[in-house]
Design a protein around this ligand. Structure first.
Ligand code: CA
Length: 223
C-alpha cells in the first residue's frame, strides 16, 4: 500500500511519513498542491493525505481536479474548526477528513477505513481466509471473527503468502524470497521471528492455531 502525503508543513509531513513507514506503508511526499496533483495522477498510490491550505494549488482545488480522473481515496487534513473546509472538501469528493492536530492512531484508523471502503467497491477485491480468519488483500486488512488485527507489512505479506498456498508447506527460503526479496537471502530465521509475531497477534489472542510448523520443512496453513 502506497500513500501520498501532500502537506507543506514539512515537519508534519515527515512525522506522518515516519509513522506510516513504521506501519509498513510505502510513502511519498509533496509540499505543494501542483506537485501533489501531478503525483496523485500517476496512479501509483492507493491513498492520498491532502492538506487544504497549500501553496500553488489549494487542497480543495487539487481534489476537484483529481476527481475528474481518479477515485483514489483522499483524506483531507483540515485546520481546527474550519467547518467550511470540511463541508466543501467532502462535497468535492473527499472520502474523509481529519482535523489538525490529530493523533497518529486516529489517522491510521481513518486510513484503514478508507482503504477498506475502497476494497468493497473494487471488483478485484481478493479475500483470503481460513476458519474465522479473513485477509482482504486490496484493503490490506486482516480480521478474526470480525475483529481487526493490525499487522505490519511483512507480517501481512507472510500471512497472505501462506493463505494463497493453503495446504502447501512453504519452506523458509521460499517465504523469505517471496515476502522479503533477494536482499535477505540466507537469513531464514527472520521468517521464524515474523511467524512468532503473527502468532502473538492472532493465535495467542484468539486461542487458535492458524499457522502450523512442519519440522525441518517450513510452514503451512490448513483448513
Ligand atoms: Ca498547510
Amino acid at each position: 500500500m502506497k500513500i501520498l502525503i501532500v502537506e507543506d508543513e514539512e515537519k508534519l509531513a515527515r512525522f506522518v511519513e515516519l509513522e506510516l513507514m513504521h506501519e509498513g506503508y510505502e510513502t511519498a511526499k509533496a509540499f505543494d498542491g501542483r506537485t501533489g496533483l501531478e503525483m496523485a495522477e500517476t496512479g501509483e498510490f492507493d491513498l492520498v493525505l491532502l492538506d487544504i491550505m497549500l501553496p500553488e494549488l489549494s487542497g480543495t482545488e487539487v481534489l476537484r481536479r483529481l476527481r475528474k480522473k481518479s477515485d483514489i481515496p483522499v483524506i483531507l487534513l483540515t485546520a481546527r474548526d474550519s467547518v467550511m473546509d470540511k463541508v466543501s472538501g467532502l462535497d468535492s469528493g473527499a472520502d474523509d477528513y481529519i482535523t489538525k492536530p490529530f493523533s497518529i492512531e486516529e489517522l491510521l484508523a481513518r486510513i484503514r477505513a478508507a482503504l477498506r471502503k475502497k476494497s468493497v467497491h473494487s471488483s478485484s477485491a481478493q479475500v483470503l481466509g481460513t476458519g474465522l480468519l479473513s485477509l482482504d488483500a486490496a484493503a490490506h486488512t486482516v480480521t478474526y471473527d470480525g475483529k481487526e488485527i493490525v499487522l505490519t507489512n511483512k507480517e501481512f505479506g507472510l500471512l497472505k503468502k501462506l493463505l494463497e498456498n493453503k495446504s502447501i508447506v512453504l519452506s523458509r527460503e521460499t517465504l523469505l524470497e517471496d515476502v522479503w526479496g533477494f536482499d535477505y537471502k540466507g537469513e531464514t530465521n527472520i521468517v521464524d521471528v515474523y511467524i512468532r509475531y503473527i502468532r502473538s497477534k492472532i493465535d495467542d489472542v484468539f486461542g487458535v492455531k492458524i499457522i502450523q510448523t512442519v519440522r525441518g520443512v517450513g510452514y503451512v496453513i490448513r483448513d
